[in-house]
Design a protein around this ligand. Structure first.
Ligand code: ADP
Ligand code: MG
Length: 328
């Protein structure tokens, strides 16, 4: 229902978004994942019509949004800090935009939006008497009240502490599924992107470097940059000859031309005990086991160990070849 093609945005000389393609199906949540400064907010601002675009097209339900001003695009935006009005109660916060527009049946739509987020009966509550989670839901209700066709959420959990973030991510996912409004959620947190997105688009320096379901992005990140952003560790250079990649004492068949290739060894693929003689760099406790970081080629891999091992110790490891993939 949303199609973004070839989107390019500049701030003066700075190329903030570089020929990005995105699409969103009905009832789908897309997570936009990337480091700070990768252009995530700018993509949302462009879709909302809040920043001029250099080139590209944005269509919503088959209509080109280019000539349509922001307030007529039918898009709801939720920002990181929620920005609820402290002097207004919950109901007036949710109804603020509707009443400004002189919408018919504002009261009914406020009730409807509060019911959607499970806050019926809290209309007259002061916003400074809300928990973090409730405040987030009020912000969402305020955005849902005008019945947007598309929701854009910019780091909606960004200002909350980590424990609350995890609970609220689950709550938000359930809520978005329930409202059925398609949404794009921006985050720099991989776990959050994977929890919230039916699909994930990874932005690297303004470019869409990968798009796919979370498991696909995790298992086949395609480029080293995407692998690092989603939290992979085991990335290293191999020498390839006759379809065999070699890194130190590890050999694995791959389909790549002779020369060098970048390998990703996924977590869990390496285990203690095996034919590869390697050296421990360090180890740390991550219940219920220790995690040893082991040097391999110009990179390292993590190996689960039942006991602590010290930096500099020799270690014999095995690597399951099915846990290895090549990166561009
Ligand atoms: P993200 O949301 O992923 O952190 P942004 O979209 O905010 O990234 O920013 C992308 C790039 O554009 C960054 O280099 C940022 O410094 C720059 N930028 C963002 N907003 C402006 C602006 N209003 N004027 C100039 N540069 C900007
Ligand atoms: Mg941002």
């Amino acid at each position: 229902m949303l199609q973004v093609a070839d989107l390019t945005v500049r701030y003066g000389e700075l190329l903030a978004v570089d020929e990005v393609d995105l699409s969103l199906q009905r009832d789908e949540t897309l997570a936009l994942l990337g480091r700070s400064g990768s252009g995530k907010t700018t993509v949302l601002r462009a879709i909302a019509g809040l920043v001029p675009i250099v080139s590209g097209t944005i269509t919503l339900d088959g209509i080109d949004l280019g000539p349509i001003p922001p307030h007529q695009r039918g898009i709801g935006l939720v920002f990181q800090d929620f920005a609820l009005f402290p002097h207004l109660d919950v109901g007036d916060n949710v109804g603020y935009g509707l009443r400004m527009q002189g919408a018919a049946d504002a009261d009914g739509r406020v009730e409807e939006a509060l019911a959607m987020v499970g806050l019926e009966g809290l209309q007259r509550r002061r916003t400074d008497q809300l928990s973090g989670g409730q405040a987030q839901r009020v912000a969402l209700a305020r955005t849902l009240a005008p019945r947007p066709r598309l929701l854009l959420l910019d780091e909606p959990l960004g200002s909350l502490d980590p424990a609350l973030r995890r609970t609220l991510a689950e709550e938000l996912k359930a809520l978005l599924d329930r409202t059925g409004v398609p949404a794009i959620i921006v985050t720099h947190d991989t776990e959050e992107a994977f929890a919230l997105g039916d699909r994930v688009t990874v932005l690297v320096e303004g470019r869409a470097a990968a798009t796919g379901p979370p498991a696909q992005i995790w298992n086949e990140p395609r480029t080293a940059e995407v692998a690092r952003i989603v939290g992979h560790v085991g990335i290293m250079t191999a020498t390839v000859a006759d379809g065999i990649a070699v890194v130190d004492g590890f050999q694995v068949p791959i389909s790549a031309p002779d020369g060098t290739a970048t390998l990703l060894i996924r977590p869990g693929a390496a285990t203690i005990g095996g034919p590869i003689a390697a050296t421990v760099i360090s180890s740390r406790y991550r219940g219920p086991d220790w995690v040893a970081t082991v040097a391999l080629g110009d990179g390292s891999i993590e190996v689960s160990s039942p006991e602590p091992v010290s930096g500099g110790e020799p270690i014999d490891i095995g690597i399951d070849p099915t846990g290895v993939t090549t990166l561009a």
